[in-house]
Design a protein around this ligand. Structure first.
Ligand SMILES: Nc1ncnc2c1ncn2[C@@H]1O[C@H](COP(=O)(O)OP(=O)(O)OP(=O)(O)O)[C@@H](O)[C@H]1O
Ligand SMILES: [Mg+2]
Length: 181
């Protein structure tokens, strides 16, 4: 499908450039209301032809097997080498390894991990995130974004959630301002 050109987002791009420019591990949430342009911004910033070692995965509304198989497809398309994951745990581990090697990994529709069958992934991801945060030479980053604010909040801001207080950065999207590019 043909896409319209990409507009604006100068502030948000500058914020991301600042996060990337630190040259240190980051765990970033891109937030904003539905249809505001979260996915489009991430896809714009992570075009493989612009930047090496980026992986974008759109998490499907599916069971663990469906999520893992979709993630494998995205990994193949983005040139990730073996081992490819075979379950939720090895998916989290592979993402952690990629980040440790300096990759930027974006997980879109992250809110689906609040589903019971997928929730265990968040504990596995917590182990990876904690290891990366404790590794001074780690340079990659993880970006999460999703449509449903309450579910994203439950995953990232609830005291009982494995990923509670793990974010290092948040970028919130406002309305597009035309002419601001
Ligand atoms: N900066 C932009 N320039 C041009 N078009 C844009 C821009 N941002 C968003 N759009 C367009 O607006 C529509 C909604 O954007 P997008 O799907 O990225 O929103 P979203 O926040 O990810 O939505 P959801 O919460 O449903 O996931 C898309 O058609 C997209 O191409
Ligand atoms: Mg989206």
């Amino acid at each position: 499908m043909a896409e319209w050109g990409f507009y604006g987002r100068r502030r948000e791009r500058a914020e991301l450039a600042q996060v990337l420019g630190r040259g240190r591990w980051f765990f970033l949430q891109i937030s904003g209301r539905r249809r505001i342009g979260k996915t489009r911004l991430v896809q714009e910033l992570l075009q493989p032809e612009r930047r090496e070692r980026v992986l974008y995965i759109q998490i499907p509304d599916s069971d663990p097997a469906g999520v893992v198989s979709t993630a494998r497809d995205f990994m193949e398309n983005f040139g990730v080498s073996a081992p490819l994951p075979h379950d939720l745990r090895s998916l989290a581990v592979r993402i952690g390894q990629l980040c440790a090697e300096g990759w930027i990994v974006a997980l879109d529709e992250f809110q689906y991990f609040s589903r019971k069958a997928l929730y265990p992934f968040t504990s596995e991801l917590q182990s990876e995130v904690d290891r990366l945060a404790a590794t001074p030479e780690a340079k990659g980053g993880l970006i999460v974004l999703g449509s449903l604010h309450t579910e994203m909040q439950a995953l990232l801001e609830d005291r009982s959630a494995p990923l509670y207080q793990r974010l290092t950065d948040t970028i919130s999207l406002g309305h597009l301002v035309f002419g601001d590019d």
